[in-house]
Design a protein around this ligand. Structure first.
Ligand SMILES: [Zn+2]
Length: 365
């Protein structure tokens, strides 16, 4: 099979011919049809060692590729619930499987938590990379059966390649307790996680979604997804927290999803947080450029919860797949930019993108 492999940092990936792996007893072999990427992935990989010297990367030569989708080709001898021919999304979340967190279904809380084909934020992640050396930039990959999400026929492999970002947004909405009748504020609504949170939030029954962003054209495109349920505001046009309160009769929103980019000032998030109602939740899936100064007395008085949210469970992935199957969520907003495996370096080199969260970069092995 052909796989794109990185042999050293700051060098391009090369297309190498290597043997098709044999699945272990609890693994399956997947014929990869599409693998989603975040533009700028190359930057993340190349700078990882500098930013986070104690957090591991796969050993070189490494096969990256975070969000693969494809068809099961073969199953290990102990796999009884998956069969060849199944269309699947492979969640890259890997964990030990037997600690207290894993056994209670919270695999992202495992000390071995690792995003296969990308990076690990866990010191112990190297063990996982060594056990799971195949990412999605390859014609075939092995994956543990626990990581599979069965996808319906009306979900294309390209759309499934976006499930990582959709799922991260879904996990955040679940952590926010989002549901019918609520109002949510999405900070950074025009980005990948922002648009995904909007589409999912509408499907989950939110009455209204308020969103902030910098690009006026993208803000208009987001509002056009549901003009009577979405309100948008350009950042720097005043206080976002005051705006959120003014649109909710002074009460505040039920929750804030903070999906800002890594370069955003902390003051932006601090402002939006103050738009939450008493007992509301602030869920972080993005990041800001600096430490966030939090008024903990306000947090206590208003009984506000500040929650970090990271990835999602395969079961939540299955819920999203079911929402696609039934037409509850519509992923037609995604505009695919397809790259053959031979152009993987171009695809991950950080192309400038004016379409924010509407564009979907996929590598087609
Ligand atoms: Zn574990």
């Amino acid at each position: 099979m052909v796989a794109a492999r990185l042999h050293a940092l700051h060098t391009p990936m090369t297309l190498d011919t290597i043997p098709v792996p044999k699945p272990r007893p609890n693994d399956v072999l997947v014929n990869v049809k599409a693998c989603g990427i975040v533009p700028n992935m190359g930057n993340v990989i190349n700078n990882w060692m500098t930013w986070f010297p104690h957090q591991p990367l796969p050993k070189f030569p490494a096969i990256f590729g975070l969000d693969p989708a494809g068809v099961v080709e073969e199953v290990g001898e102990a796999v009884i619930n998956v069969k060849p021919g199944d269309r699947v999304y492979v969640s890259p979340l890997r964990s030990c499987g037997s600690c207290q967190a894993c056994r209670s279904g919270h695999r992202s809380l495992c000390r071995y938590y690792t995003l296969n084909g990308y990076f690990s934020t866990s010191r112990d992640g190297q063990r996982i990379f060594d056990l799971h050396p195949y990412g999605g930039f390859s014609e075939y990959m092995t994956a543990p059966e626990y990581a599979l999400v069965n996808i319906p026929d009306n979900l294309s492999f390209e759309q499934a390649g976006r499930f990582g970002y959709l799922g991260t947004s879904y996990g955040a909405l679940k952590n926010a307790g989002a549901g019918p009748g609520q109002v949510g504020l999405i900070d950074g609504i025009t980005g990948t996680l922002g648009v995904a949170s909007t589409v999912l939030g509408l499907a989950m029954g939110l009455s209204r979604i308020l969103g902030t962003g910098r690009d006026e054209n993208l803000l208009k495109r987001v509002k056009a997804l549901a003009p009577d349920r979405i309100e948008v505001m350009k950042l720097d046009d005043g206080s976002t927290g005051d705006w959120a309160k003014s649109l909710t009769g002074g009460e505040g929103v039920d929750f804030v999803i903070s999906a800002l980019g890594a370069k955003a000032p902390a003051a932006t998030m601090q402002d939006s947080m103050k738009g939450v109602r008493r007992g509301g939740k602030v869920v972080v899936v993005g990041g800001v450029a600096e430490d966030l100064p939090v008024d903990v007395k306000w947090l206590m008085d208003e009984q506000v919860q500040l929650i970090g949210s990271n990835w999602f469970t395969a079961a939540q992935g299955q819920e999203m797949a079911e929402m696609v199957r039934t037409g509850t969520i519509d992923l037609s907003y995604l505009e695919h930019r397809r790259f053959p495996l031979a152009q993987v370096n171009e695809a991950i080199s950080g192309l400038k993108d004016r379409d924010g969260g509407f564009s979907n970069y996929v590598v087609i092995p």
